[in-house]
Write a protein that binds this ligand. Structure first.
Ligand SMILES: NC(=O)c1ccc[n+]([C@@H]2O[C@H](COP(=O)([O-])OP(=O)(O)OC[C@H]3O[C@@H](n4cnc5c(N)ncnc54)[C@H](OP(=O)(O)O)[C@@H]3O)[C@@H](O)[C@H]2O)c1
Length: 276
């Protein structure tokens, strides 16, 4: 999805809205459900809000309210990635945090804007429309087997790396994301965030707004929902097609780890694509 351009100090809200591709119009063609169409209208408005909150932009509070009312996003696991994603998602979606250590999670939640709710893991799963699995791959696999995830959007951020960080444990003919999808066939798995280091979430959003977060998934509406969250979190979205693209994205994540650690380039490095 192309971003509306921002020229100089001023940002024309009406022009920006006019430039948004009509997800809702596409939904009318592809889906018959009225609620699905309403949902996509709300997503489209949320996309607008992301741009309108940029410096020099305008704020449409009614749309902002609508967006936070629409989706509950749970982050499961509050390690480096979980905390980083929570920092960028706070205030952009109705956010719920869950981990094995609720006291530590409550203390962390208190540092975030818009007061995310802290729940135990089963309660967070029950409430959420979107669940970000900020867990090691092995724990993510256990998680999908333990919980009722039918219809939920499951965001897989994992790189299935070996304990010594030297390579991937699976690949070529499958991927971590596909393994999670086959363990939970009624969930809607979307791969995201696996090619960026957690340290990027601590940068100001303005520094990462052109940094791609690659998405892959079989369910178009689920990918669209994650796309809006990623954009609202201050990253560029690069859609890579169906979930089997995770077979390519996970080695890309591994290559980034090699650059960042093995080759000493540091954790502010991230892959991006160029058209020349
Ligand atoms: N770090 C990065 O830069 C980076 C970049 C891209 C992708 N990733 C991927 O992101 C995922 C998370 O990485 P991370 O760096 O955030 O790891 P991390 O800092 O070690 O955090 C992992 C979290 O998972 C929780 N956890 C582990 N096993 C669990 C279980 N069985 N049930 C519930 N919670 C469990 C841990 O909870 P406790 O605190 O209770 O142990 C911890 O909070 C991994 O799949 C990784 O491959 C990481």
């Amino acid at each position: 999805m192309r971003r509306p351009t921002i020229a100089g100090d001023t940002f024309n809200c009406r022009a920006a809205r006019a430039k948004l591709p009509s997800l809702a119009a596409r939904a009318k063609v592809r889906r018959s459900s009225r609620s699905a169409i309403r949902y996509l209208y709300a997503i489209e408005n949320r996309q607008f809000n992301q741009f309108s909150s940029l410096p020099g932009g305008c704020i449409d509070q009614s749309l902002a309210q609508q967006e936070t009312d629409m989706t509950t996003t749970a982050i499961i696991g509050l390690g480096n990635m979980g905390k980083g994603i929570a920092k960028r998602f706070a205030g952009k979606t109705k956010l719920v945090l869950a981990s094995r250590d609720q006291d530590a999670t409550r203390a962390f939640a208190a540092t975030l804007p818009a007061g995310p709710e802290v729940l135990d893991i089963p309660a967070a799963v029950a409430q959420a429309d979107v669940i970000v699995l900020a867990l090691p791959f092995a724990a993510a696999k256990d998680f999908v087997l333990e919980h009722q995830l039918a219809g939920k959007i499951l965001v897989d951020i994992s790189n299935p790396i070996t304990p010594d960080f030297s390579g991937l444990t699976i690949g070529h003919t499958t991927s971590a994301a596909e393994e999670l999808q086959s363990a939970a066939p009624a969930a809607r798995v979307v791969k995201a965030f696996n090619t960026i280091f957690a340290s990027l979430f601590d940068l100001p959003a303005a520094a990462t707004v052109a940094t791609p977060v690659f998405l892959a998934g079989n369910d178009e509406a689920a990918v669209a929902a994650v796309e809006q969250l990623v954009a609202a979190a201050g990253f560029a979205v690069e859609k890579t097609g169906t979930l089997d693209a995770a077979r390519l994205l996970e080695p890309l994540g591994m290559l980034n780890i090699r650059f960042g650690y093995g080759l000493g380039k540091g954790t502010s490095i991230a892959p991006a694509w160029q058209t020349l």
